[in-house]
Design a protein around this ligand. Structure first.
Ligand code: MV4
Length: 621
């Protein structure tokens, strides 16, 4: 297909039928983009490229050295190397991305989610460079990025917020005073620069306040260079319910109904669905109005999400995500509206293609995030190579993925391999369909959350529409999801195979072949097949913990953030040993077996390489 650009003549878009029900505006309708750069990787980059292709817009992919072969590079019309393997050297390099815009002639940038998606400085740099940022203004990103400012704005707009402070709280003493007079315990201490649960601590009573306050401040400083915190009443058992909004530059703001994302672990969403089981028609309208008002308050443009907590029929604004989200797909399934395309249209100055009255919700959609993680080992990242790959299909099934057979899930980026989304007439049937699709999904050589999802969706708790928090914290339930042991690595007589790569020079791609050792791994969904290829590296085969015997090895490269055991200490299998920070994520590393920590090879604050020994754990004699 490449390097043949598919950029279309402007005249082709000029004749596009517009929604005649919309009141006419005399505002300027910018012509649709001819070429758009996608500043992301993985499934979301592929998702955006698909939308561009359907709209007749040429796509420009960018990639890191690790992603030369990636699906998003193959699917785009052009592709440019950004730089080295780390995000800082590639997907976060603002100057280089804008340079590629100039080189390729891309008129707009779609940031996807993560990386530069909610980076106001990037949105501003795009504006300054004359490149359209597909998303809201830098001012809207900034306003919603500060959680205290967002709360203040929402309060002023009449949007209900979780009771607490809208001002930063400077000291523990100040916190104690305002808790005693206004908020009460338990209290949530949150980092003002945070979001998505980063820098979020709970103090059940006054004795825990100092720890919670300092913990949230430290995490805020670490991840957002901002140690300011604020306080919220801690709701004991809420549901996470969010609403999808769309806005254009003509003053149209609509919502597409809600999603329930209550099944999450360590603030990572695992399953999302729409409609929310606990939301009725009246509440849906109320939540929808809240979403629209929140978006209006910051002159929002594009696709965005207003997140909130639902407790006992009361709904509170939590934060707004000023980007397209991972879980936008469930809304696309129930509304039939393409959230990504609407965002692109809005950025180009076109009106939304639908009005609020056009939005009709139908049936039920569920999304399972298929992460390369081992649920039985505390959801430890389990990077590795995909040796074989077969996606489910059939009625009502959608797979958004960025991988192919031979792809490698590197510890360098997010461990999400794919999203499996299903639609059916109601929740019960959608659940059956998801279970069927999960059973069809074959991912060889990699441990993923497929068995976890299959187990969870088969529970009574899920059937009852519960949040399943008890299951996610149930060590025994999770441990039962352990993968069968993979076959031990056999050294020597390393097999040599040929790999085909695509390389890029000035936006043109060339195929080259590299002769080398085969990819590692060798199991379908973690269960070892009879003729498993030899794992390339021992630690890959075992995921987070199996360095072979006593050694606990790091599954990823990062920084040792916390070490929770001491040399000589006795540990249980599955006990938290340390937390490694990588790509702004905290990764819990747990003991791969019970025993005594004989050696502890790590220190807090120091970098750690993938495959490096964390500890040596000797079983009690
Ligand atoms: C809360 C909360 C209780 N009280 N805030 C924040 C980020 C998002 N990942 C979940 N967050 C929460 N914020 C207050 N004031 C509880 C959570 C929460 C949660 C909420 C609904 C469903 C599942 C949850 C899992 C963990 C934390």
């Amino acid at each position: 297909m490449y390097p043949c650009p598919v950029g279309k003549d402007r005249s082709e878009n000029a004749g596009r039928p517009r929604n005649l029900r919309r009141p006419a505006t005399n505002m300027f309708h910018g012509a649709m983009f001819e070429k758009v750069l996608v500043a992301n990787r993985g499934e979301i980059a592929v998702r955006i490229i698909r939308a561009l292709q359907e709209m007749g817009i040429a796509s420009v992919a960018v990639y890191s050295e690790l992603d030369r072969d990636a699906l998003h590079v193959q699917r785009a019309d052009e592709a440019y190397l950004l730089g080295g393997p780390t995000a800082a050297e590639s997907y976060l390099k603002i100057e280089r991305i804008l340079e590629v815009c100039r080189e390729s002639g891309a008129q707009a940038v779609h940031p996807g989610y993560g990386f530069l998606a909610e980076n106001a400085a990037f949105a501003k740099a795009c504006e300054d460079a004359g490149v359209t940022f597909i998303g809201p203004s830098a001012a809207a990103i900034e306003a919603m990025g500060s959680k205290t400012r967002a709360r203040e704005l929402m309060k002023a707009a009449g949007v209900p917020i979780v009771p607490g402070t809208t001002e930063p709280v400077a000291t523990v003493d100040d916190a104690r005073k305002v808790i005693d007079s206004d908020i009460g315990y338990p209290v949530a201490v949150k980092a003002a620069g945070g979001g998505g649960g980063k820098g979020f601590r709970v103090a059940l009573d006054e004795s825990k306040l100092q720890d919670a306050f300092e913990g949230a401040a430290r995490e805020g400083e670490k991840f957002f260079s901002d140690s300011t915190v604020y306080l919220e009443r801690y709701l004991p058992d809420p549901r996470h319910v969010e609403v999808q909004v769309l806005a254009d530059r003509h003053g149209n703001v609509i919502h597409l109904g809600e999603r329930d994302c209550s099944v999450q672990r360590r603030h990572q969403k695992l399953i999302e669905e729409s409609p929310a089981p606990a939301v009725d028609e009246e509440l849906r309208e109320r939540i929808g109005r809240i979403g629209v008002e929140a978006a209006r308050a910051v002159d929002y443009v594009g696709a965005g999400t207003v997140e909130g907590l639902l407790q006992d029929g009361e709904y509170f604004f939590l934060e707004m995500n000023t980007r397209v989200q991972v879980e936008h797909c469930v809304t696309e399934m129930t509304t039939g509206i393409d959230v990504v395309k609407e965002g692109i249209r809005a950025a180009a100055g076109e009106a939304l293609s639908v009005t609020q009255d056009d939005v009709v919700l139908r049936g039920h959609a569920i999304e399972c995030r298929i992460n390369a993680e081992d649920a039985s080992k505390n959801f430890a990242p389990a990077p590795g190579a995909i040796t074989s790959y077969r996606e489910p299909a059939g009625p009502g099934v959608r797979v958004d993925s960025g991988v192919l057979a031979g792809s490698e899930i590197t510890p360098m980026y997010d461990p999400m391999v794919a999203k499996l989304i299903v639609w059916d007439a109601d929740r019960e049937q959608a659940t059956s369909r998801m279970l069927r699709a999960l059973a069809e999904y074959e991912i060889g050589g990699l441990k993923t959350l497929i068995p976890f999802h299959a187990a969870l969706l088969a529970t009574e708790q899920w059937a009852n529409g519960e949040t399943c928090r008890d299951l996610l914290e149930d060590r025994d339930w999770l441990k039962a999801l352990a993968f069968p042991k993979t076959q031990p690595a056999v050294a020597d007589d390393e097999e040599v195979v040929e790999h085909a790569y695509t390389v890029e020079v000035s936006g043109r791609k060339f195929d080259v072949k590299v002769i080398g050792p085969p990819y590692g791994g060798g199991s379908v969904n973690g269960s070892a097949p009879a003729a498993a290829p030899k794992p390339r590296r021992a630690e890959r085969a075992g995921g987070a913990a199996a360095g072979g015997g006593d050694e606990l090895v790091s599954p990823l490269q990062g920084n040792m953030w916390k070490v929770l055991v001491e040399q000589g200490q006795e540990v249980q299998e599955g006990q938290l040993v340390c937390i490694i920070e990588a790509m702004k994520m905290e990764n819990e590393i747990t003991a791969h077996k019970a025993g005594v920590v004989e050696q502890l090879a790590v220190k807090e604050g120091e970098p750690i390489a993938s495959g490096a020994t964390i500890a040596v754990i000797k079983s009690a004699a």
